[in-house]
Design a protein around this ligand. Structure first.
Ligand SMILES: C[S@@+](CC[C@H](N)C(=O)[O-])C[C@H]1O[C@@H](n2cnc3c(N)ncnc32)[C@H](O)[C@@H]1O
Length: 508
């Protein structure tokens, strides 16, 4: 099936037999076409980021070039490097075909690459021939983009019963989630995405994922879930022409509908994780808007935002570097950002938990450190929800806080009466949260007294006896300050150990 220049066939892939999928899967595995091997061979984090064209020395080089980089390769060169049955397996399922304009050359109709433990297919950004690049409205969004990688880095790996991925795109989160969830649903409005996700499901031999087409929750009406994840479109746009990207004039129209419908689909104790571009506005914070969208039942939900990165829309990419995000700020987007009267724009993981017990839901926010991953998100959500429980006060007063290993205290000395005296205290942490917070001197003193041996109650009594606390500060106020220091990652409790820092391991 050859295509005309510039044309993107609606469904280039063939949903072949289980045997054809098994043959392709084992052919790719036999070549070590997997995430660790690609990382070490390419020494880069994603397709398109390799400078120049490296030589093709073996079958794996050729497959990387064809399926990940989207190169067009002469048939004789390909046949000299890649086993015939591997090429047959790719061709049988419509992954590669001969160029219509030059039948002596092969190209991949889609990109096919490993992400962590699964193979994923998504659309090419550039046509194989020299025609103009075309990203159509039904473009299947690649899972190796910065945005998708950040989305994946926010998702928990703990086990759950029923998981739903809304706006699944290539299906990457659903396919990865299949190893921790008993049953997963991958839904997308774009039928092309459903087709691609179903292809990848079969290619990976995954049985517990169902790929369905339809608007938001419509394909799963009547079901409920304990984990709902989404990386919806969120770029401000006057029209909704690019399904994967356009989020309406305020960028929030899809997210707002997801949150509004969430109470119908999220089980008690269940959590939803949405990775979005969010903003605080003169009219209120992001979390305040989310609470309004939840409607009458908002008190049943915790609304927790873990900021991943501030939006650098004015920052030009470094010369020669691949763009890190798909944020192309057009004049329209710039105008819409201004219209929002945004005071801050940032990428965030919005976690909404449906409270299982009788307490009221809480609202909280943290900023994740650049190298931190889902462990940091989970830790913050677990801490925040535990700290809201009715029996938490009793636990906290008897807990023994200690200094967290990534905490540092910065003291500025200024000249007063001809001598240097401490004048400014800043609490800092660079893992798992990124924070610098000025504090009054007594907080710096109190933190310095936390060695993991004294309870919060004993600390209060000791500091009060030595007149190191502000006059009138109650035990509960002191404990609330300690809880805040723990939430920020300055102090640590044995029962709520902070995640260990690993180096900046890329997601795939
Ligand atoms: C930014 S892409 C994310 C794709 C994938 N989850 C990922 O992270 O790579 C957003 C996806 O939402 C889908 N989408 C947009 N509007 C939708 C709707 N109303 N209902 C369901 N899916 C929708 C788009 O087709 C697209 O696949």
């Amino acid at each position: 099936m050859a295509t005309q220049p510039g044309e993107v066939p609606a469904f280039p892939l063939r949903l072949g037999t289980p045997e054809q999928f098994a043959a392709l899967r084992s052919a790719l595995r036999d070549l070590s076409y997997d995430a660790p091997t690609l990382d070490s061979r390419r020494r880069s984090s994603g397709p398109g980021s390799r400078p120049g064209k490296p030589e093709l020395n073996d079958a794996l080089d050729a497959i990387i070039s064809l399926l990940t980089d989207g190169d067009v390769l002469p048939e004789d060169r390909l046949r000299a490097l890649v086993p015939a049955d591997t090429l047959d397996a790719l061709e049988n399922l419509g992954v590669i075909e001969k160029l219509a304009s030059d039948p002596n050359r092969y190209y991949a109709t889609v990109l096919l690459y490993p992400i962590l433990s699964v193979y994923v297919v998504s659309d090419r950004a550039n046509p194989a021939d020299e025609s103009e690049p075309r990203i159509g409205p039904d473009y299947v969004y690649p899972a190796f983009t910065w945005n998708s990688q950040q989305f994946l880095s926010c998702l928990p790996q703990s086990s759950c019963e029923r998981m739903l991925d809304i706006g699944a795109g290539s299906g990457v989160a659903a396919l990865l989630g299949a190893s921790s969830a008993a049953q997963v649903w991958a839904c997308d409005l774009n039928e092309r995405c459903v087709h691609f996700a179903e292809f990848s499901r079969r290619l990976n031999g995954i049985d517990n994922v169902t790929c369905l087409g339809g608007d938001l929750f419509e394909p799963v009406r009547g079901l409920t879930f304990d984990r709902i994840v989404s990386h919806p479109p969120y770029m401000p746009a006057y029209t909704q022409s690019l399904l994967y990207s356009d989020g309406g004039e305020d960028g929030e129209q899809i997210l707002r509908r997801i949150v509004t419908e969430l109470p119908e689909y999220l089980n008690a104790g269940g959590r939803s994780y949405c990775f979005v571009l969010a903003s605080d506005r003169r009219s209120g914070t992001f979390e305040q808007r989310v609470r309004r969208w939840l409607g009458e039942r908002e008190a049943e939900f915790d609304v927790i935002s873990v900021v991943i990165e501030m939006h650098k829309r004015h920052e030009p990419p470094a010369p020669g570097s691949a763009p890190r995000r798909d944020v192309v700020v057009s004049g329209d987007q710039e105008a819409l950002f201004l219209k929002l009267e945004a005071t801050a724009i940032y990428y965030t993981a919005l976690v909404i938990e449906r409270v299982a017990t009788g307490r009221r839901g809480v609202t909280a926010r943290a900023q994740r450190a650049g190298v931190a991953r889902s462990e940091a998100v989970e830790w913050f959500v677990n801490w925040t929800t535990s700290a809201a429980a009715p029996d938490f006060r009793a636990f906290l007063l008897e807990s023994r806080p200690r200094l967290a290993s990534h905490f540092s205290l910065e003291v500025t000395h200024s000249v007063a009466n001809g001598a240097l005296a401490p004048s400014r205290f800043v609490l800092r942490s660079d893992y798992p949260f990124s924070i610098a917070a000025p504090c009054p001197p007594w907080i710096a003193t109190a933190i310095g007294a936390c060695h993991g041996t004294t309870t919060v109650r004993e600390l209060f009594e000791e500091l009060e006896r030595r007149q190191l606390l502000p006059a009138g500060l109650t035990l509960d106020q002191f404990a609330a300050n300690v809880a805040e220091m723990v939430a920020r990652g300055f102090l640590e409790l044995e029962e709520f150990k902070l995640p260990e820092s690993t180096d900046s391991t890329p997601v795939h």
